[in-house]
Design a binder for this molecule. Structure first.
Ligand code: TMP
Length: 212
């Protein structure tokens, strides 16, 4: 049986640059790993059913925070069971754009759901799977909002107000303080090459890559 794989997640507020970092990490890792050993995925999404739920979540429709939580959890369960666990069993390295920390940052700190409610649901939806390493790309809300404004058409989350993003950012940093070993905070205002270099140092440690 293959050695258990490595699960690496990328987190940050919308406009933080985490998806760009993920792409750069993928390209850098391809120098060390064959294509079939690397999986890139994202949440909400990653499977056909979870992708349908992602489309519903992104719509600019008002919703009950708990209804949103159930939807996110349904998407996470499908994704974890059908994609993440099989890939880990195959010994793959998974780069995942958002996972359970997003739910604490957005639904607890952003939308006011109680922490232990999310913790309980998350435990079921993740089937107990935890990331080995989480790279949190941190930027001031002003910087993120400027980047989103340049992007143009915004979805439900991206259209929420400034104070929402301030709470989400604060939430992420609070989570990082509580899980220092797993969550590494990267300064997303630095040039992308520098953010990548720092990210690869952490990744190199957990993947035991030669001389990074
Ligand atoms: P993305 O644009 O980074 O792909 O993420 C889609 C949106 O979904 C993003 O604005 C954050 C939100 N989200 C949550 O609110 N809770 C979650 O658990 C996840 C995974 C995403």
């Amino acid at each position: 049986m293959a050695r258990w794989g490595k699960f690496i997640t990328f987190e940050g507020i919308d406009g933080s640059g985490k998806s760009t970092l993920l792409r750069n990490v993928y390209n850098a890792l391809r120098r060390y790993l064959p294509e079939d050993k690397l999986i890139v995925t994202h949440e909400p999404g990653g499977t056909p059913f979870a992708t349908l739920l992602r489309e519903a979540l992104a719509k600019k429709v008002d919703r009950e925070p708990m209804a949103e939580l159930f939807t996110l959890m349904a998407a996470r369960y499908d994704h974890t069971k059908r994609k993440i666990i099989p890939a880990l069993q195959d010994g793959k390295v998974i780069l995942c754009d958002r996972y359970s920390d997003s739910t604490f940052a957005y639904q607890v700190f952003g939308k006011g759901i109680e922490y232990y409610t999310v913790a309980r649901f998350n435990k079921v939806a993740t089937l107990g799977i935890k990331p080995k390493l989480t790279l949190l790309v941190d930027v001031p809300v002003d910087v993120a909002l400027r980047r989103l404004a340049e992007k143009g058409k915004l979805d439900h989350y991206e259209s929420l107000d400034r104070s929402f993003f301030e709470r989400v950012r604060y939430g992420y940093l609070a989570l990082a303080r509580r899980a220092k070993k797993r969550i590494k905070v990267l300064d997303g205002t630095k040039p992308p090459e520098e953010v990548l270099r720092e990210a690869m140092r952490y990744i190199g440690q957990i993947l035991e890559l030669p001389s990074l």
